[in-house]
Design a protein around this ligand. Structure first.
Ligand code: ADP
Length: 475
């Protein structure tokens, strides 16, 4: 496949596409390697030490990794340098340091019984990656999957294989035995589908759209019922209570990040802004001013805030959704029209829509572009009803100086992650998992992520079986 960069459509290389038959061969080789114990037989501390070296090598090659993701996905280089790559390194470091701190439970049953549960790897596992945070999402999965002792097959998104391939090379340089981690670039409906369906794969983790996540789950259900975890789309609300402007500078800066990071091509993008009617006007006025100050252009320029959207298809879809909303009566406060930047790239500026009629599909569908809607509310109940009126349940932000009120709202939101007075999912200690059609099975980040990649085994040891009463257990 020819790889073209979103910035200007230039061909930047070719990717050899893996076939379904090759996926099967790789899976078989990985299984043999797993059973050899060359990786799974190391102690957690030994595996952690190798992964710490991987983190150090990623830091050595940070600029190259940033360039790969920026060029392949059209992401602003500044974001890759300052956010994605450091986050990826931190995640490998965190899981490397965490793995030998993990303990299991022992049940206190009685003098004649020792019962404990421990964690074992699955064997061969797989991860299907998105194009919007190629390295960072790979790292969320590579860290725990390898730390617990699995052999891992990575399937990068079609457009963004380079940082994944380099990560695998760095893992080998760090001392991960060759083949324990491998990357198979290729088409989703070939490689992704083959991995989801292969009965030798014990667990699969997917990040991408809800429609594709459903296919992964279906393939797993129709094959070996492998462990599936899905991190999918969102339509996240930013809820501004009537005192939110007391934090005005931080509020606007966070709203801008939530709305426009990676041109809104971000699963946690705060694409629905819900504002207490009392502060609607000043919020829109300040937010629009800040949005208009953002630099849209060549993603390789460090000053750029928004690069192109990822493809022609994405640009057409976003522009047509804006047109449809406007035809139904929505008002464009800023943006809304494509910009001429580099020929061959599709550049859409930050776009803010108000007065969107309440049944418009733009309020419900994930646009994955730099477009937000602003809706006023008259009561907290109305804000919560609006926020929860979505098939998605990934994230939300709540802004208020009154923590009692903000927390009260947070507790009523049907989402997996709420940020109060911020936009962020926090650091590696914070589990990340969507509700409703945003997430399924398991969570990423934190110690919980280890569970996604390992299975529990309970062991019951009857001591002195010849003496005393036998405890009965259920089957
Ligand atoms: P997008 O629509 O933004 O490209 P996808 O959810 O289709 O998002 O892509 C996320 C990942 O899923 C990519 O690596 C893609 O190749 C992969 N993928 C696409 N189709 C399938 C499929 N049928 N089965 C498994 N993975 C797939």
């Amino acid at each position: 496949m020819l790889n073209r960069r979103p910035a200007d459509g230039f061909t930047i290389g070719t990717t050899r596409m893996t076939s379904a038959a090759e996926v099967a061969e790789h899976t078989e080789q990985a299984q043999v390697l797993y059973e050899s114990g060359v990786w799974s037989g190391l102690s957690p501390r030994e595996r952690g030490a190798v992964l710490l070296r991987l983190a150090a090598l990623m830091a050595r090659d940070a600029e190259m990794l940033a360039q790969f993701d920026s060029e392949d996905a059209g992401k602003p280089i500044q974001e890759c340098r300052e956010n994605d790559v450091p986050a990826a390194i931190e995640s490998i470091r965190w899981f490397a340091e965490g793995i030998d701190k993990r303990t299991s439970a022992v049940s206190g049953i009685g003098a004649d019984v020792l019962s404990f549960s421990e964690w074992e790897p699955f064997g061969v596992v797989a991860a299907i990656l998105p194009w919007n945070y190629p390295l960072a999402m790979a790292a969320w999965k590579v860290g725990p999957a390898l730390a617990v002792g699995n052999c891992l097959i990575l399937k990068p998104a079609e457009m963004t294989p380079r940082s994944t391939m380099h990560l695998v090379a760095l893992a080998e340089e760090a001392g991960v035995p060759v083949g324990v981690i491998r990357a198979l670039p290729g088409r989703g409906d070939v490689v992704g589908e083959a991995l989801s369906r292969d009965s030798r794969i014990g667990a699969i983790s997917f990040t991408g759209s809800t429609a594709t996540g459903r296919k992964v789950l279906t393939a797993a259900a129709e094959s070996n019922l492998k462990r599936v975890s899905l991190e999918m789309g969102g339509k996240s609300a930013q809820i501004l209570l009537d005192d939110a402007l007391e934090y005005s500078d931080a509020l606007i800066a966070n709203m801008i990040d939530a709305a426009f990071l990676t041109s809104g091509q971000n699963c946690t993008a705060g694409s629905r802004i819900l504002v207490a009617r009392e502060i609607l006007e000043p919020v829109v006025e300040r937010f629009v001013r800040a949005a208009e100050a953002l630099v849209v252009g060549d993603p390789s320029d460090h000053a750029t805030d928004l690069g192109p959207v990822v493809s022609d298809a994405a640009a057409d879809r976003i522009l047509s959704a804006i047109r449809e909303a406007v035809a139904a009566g929505a008002r464009i406060e800023t943006g809304g029209h494509e910009l001429d930047r580099l020929p061959g790239g599709r550049y859409i500026p930050p776009t803010v829509l108000t007065d969107v009629p309440k049944d418009e599909s733009i309020l419900r569908t994930e646009l994955f572009g730099p477009v937000v809607t602003v809706q006023p509310f008259d009561s907290i109940d109305e804000a919560i009803a609006l926020a929860n009126g979505s098939d998605f349940g990934l994230a939300a932000s709540v802004w208020s100086k009154n923590i009692d009120r903000a927390l009260g709202v947070a507790r009523r939101l049907h989402v997996g992650l709420v940020s109060i007075n911020s936009y962020s999912e926090g650091d590696m200690t914070v589990p990340f998992a969507g509700w409703k059609q945003s997430g399924f099975g398991g969570a990423e980040k934190s110690f919980v992520a280890f569970e996604q990649w390992s299975r529990r085994k309970s062991v019951w040891v009857q001591l002195h079986p010849e003496s005393g009463d036998r405890l009965t257990t259920h089957d």
